[in-house]
Design a protein around this ligand. Structure first.
Ligand SMILES: Nc1ncnc2c1ncn2[C@@H]1O[C@H](COP(=O)(O)OP(=O)(O)OP(=O)(O)O)[C@@H](O)[C@H]1O
Ligand SMILES: [Mg+2]
Length: 464
């Protein structure tokens, strides 16, 4: 279906040249000279895209944008056209929901590219929206294990995004949720798969070094530049660049990166000529970029460029269904890596894992299983093998898994009375501590009468 575009500009020359250019590409185009005319056209038919001049004779471009956006279902993608240097209002427009902005004067090639990308991204967004609303199906992607419906949504967005080779993606999620895995999946499922996936961690490399890593340099660009060096952007040509921990990038470098995103061109340090680059940017962060924007540490305009599509990976504690399959997967993985024969995990142990909060998410779970399989010689992983933090943060109501300290092993024989006695003592002593030695309160805490409590104290030899 041919896309329909609305141009709103008070300059006749611009209207005519844009109409000419876009109809030449097969788009259907209408043009309006001011806000009133634009509203009238918009009321009559729906548009896929609108090119809006920021300054109009009867209203501001932003007001018009808001009117369009208020029609959520029918809103076109909006690209603002600005006079050079009015970046602030452009950013304001992006906040109001504009897709992008173009600085005047513009080149035909630039317009056609932005229009094409916008229409593709718009199509993608519509499909993504539909998926998220749809009943969730189970999707799987190699190496990424998940059954929880929350992840099925993530997967379907990943597939959609992979199908579009240019759209920038921002992957957000707590540490260890699998952001890098998702970034790779997007690359390897896309038609850039046979080109490089180049990854750079913005947090671990100091600012100026990061710049030369990204852009490369000419011989003599700075004191240590003994020979020309290719930057990662060049190495990634045709492929994807993964900017990990993007929130930690230096503001000055953010400005340079923005230029690459806007123009698909960059310069090696010390060079006088531009190099064109065709890469997809996938960024990741576990920080709230909106907060960094507020405190001035992250550029707002860059943020909007990076997150044309946003993928948020939920923390492991919000997708408990995944824990069991991940445990199985990691046991298999480490069986072959460590040459072990662990058969599985007991249901009690699994219950503990399902109740733990996993601040380090999947990575913490993976490390936990690995540590157990290295240290313990057991066929089945039980609660006694689990790390203390997993066990002790767990509060299970009703039937709960009591676990034995490591030195006890039922298979070797244990003393029933002895164990019951020490467990009873433990309960009474704890309750006494809590109630400050008050017997009536202790009895209440343990849901027993005072006679029974006195009897148990004597029998167990507990000091009062
Ligand atoms: N769904 C999953 N299936 C299998 N392995 C997973 C899954 N999610 C994460 N992992 C594994 O967990 C570890 C952490 O994943 P990854 O490095 O992608 O996380 P991250 O979100 O980038 O973490 P950080 O914020 O700390 O950089 C990796 O070893 C990865 O293979
Ligand atoms: Mg990572």
């Amino acid at each position: 279906m041919t896309s329909r575009i609305l141009i709103i500009d008070d300059e006749k020359l611009i209207r005519e040249s844009l109409t000419h250019l876009l109809t030449g590409e097969g788009y259907r185009v209408d043009a309006a000279a001011d806000g009133a005319e634009a509203r009238e056209l918009f009321g009559r038919r729906s548009y896929d895209l609108a090119l809006i001049d920021l300054r109009l004779p009867d209203c501001s471009g932003i007001e018009l944008l808001k009117t369009f956006m208020a029609n959520a279902e029918d809103a076109p993608l909006c690209i603002m056209m600005t006079a050079y240097g009015s970046v602030d209002s452009a950013v304001e427009a992006m906040k109001e929901g504009a897709y992008d902005y173009l600085n005047k004067p513009f080149k035909s090639k630039e317009i056609l590219l932005i229009v094409r990308l916008a229409l593709e991204a718009g199509q993608l967004k519509r499909e993504v929206k539909q998926i998220v609303g749809d009943q969730v199906k189970r999707y799987n992607i190699d190496n990424i294990i998940a059954v929880d419906p929350l992840m099925a949504k993530v997967f379907s967005v990943v597939r959609k995004v992979a199908g579009n080779r240019d759209v920038s993606v921002l992957v957000q999620g707590e540490s260890g949720t699998g952001k890098e895995l998702i970034a790779k999946a997007i690359h390897y499922l896309s038609d850039r798969a046979d080109r490089p996936f180049v990854s750079i961690n913005c947090a671990s490399i100091p600012g100026n070094l990061l710049e030369s890593e990204l852009f490369g340099y000419e011989r003599g660009a700075f004191t240590d530049a003994k020979a020309r060096k290719q930057g990662l952007l060049e190495k990634a040509q045709g492929g994807s660049v993964f900017l990990d921990e993007i929130g930690d990038m230096d503001p000055s470098l953010q400005a340079k990166l923005l230029r690459v995103l806007e123009e698909s061109r960059f310069r090696r340090l010390g060079s006088v000529s531009d190099i064109s680059v065709d890469v997809r940017f996938i960024s990741a962060t576990n920080q709230a970029l909106e907060k960094l924007i507020e405190t001035g540490r992250f550029r707002e305009d860059l943020y909007y460029r990076l997150k044309v599509i946003n993928i948020t990976i939920p923390p492991l504690r919000e997708r408990k269904q995944d824990i069991e399959v991940l445990v199985k997967y990691f046991i298999d993985h480490f069986n072959s890596k460590l040459n072990k024969q662990v058969r599985g995990m007991s249901p009690e142990a699994l219950r503990f894992l399902q109740q733990y909060a996993w601040p380090g998410n999947v990575r913490e779970l993976k490390n936990c299983i690995e540590r157990i399989m290295i240290l313990e010689d057991t066929e089945v992983i039980g609660p006694e093998h689990l790390p203390l933090e997993v066990i002790s943060s767990t509060r299970e109501k009703g039937r709960f898994g009591v676990f034995l300290p490591r030195e006890y092993d039922i298979r070797q024989g244990v003393d029933f009375n002895d164990l019951v006695r020490s467990f009873s003592s433990y309960l009474i002593e704890e309750a006494m501590k809590i109630s400050g030695g008050n017997k009536a309160r202790t009895a209440r805490l343990l849901n027993m009468d005072r006679g029974t409590l006195r009897y148990q104290i004597r029998k167990l030899g507990i000091e009062e």
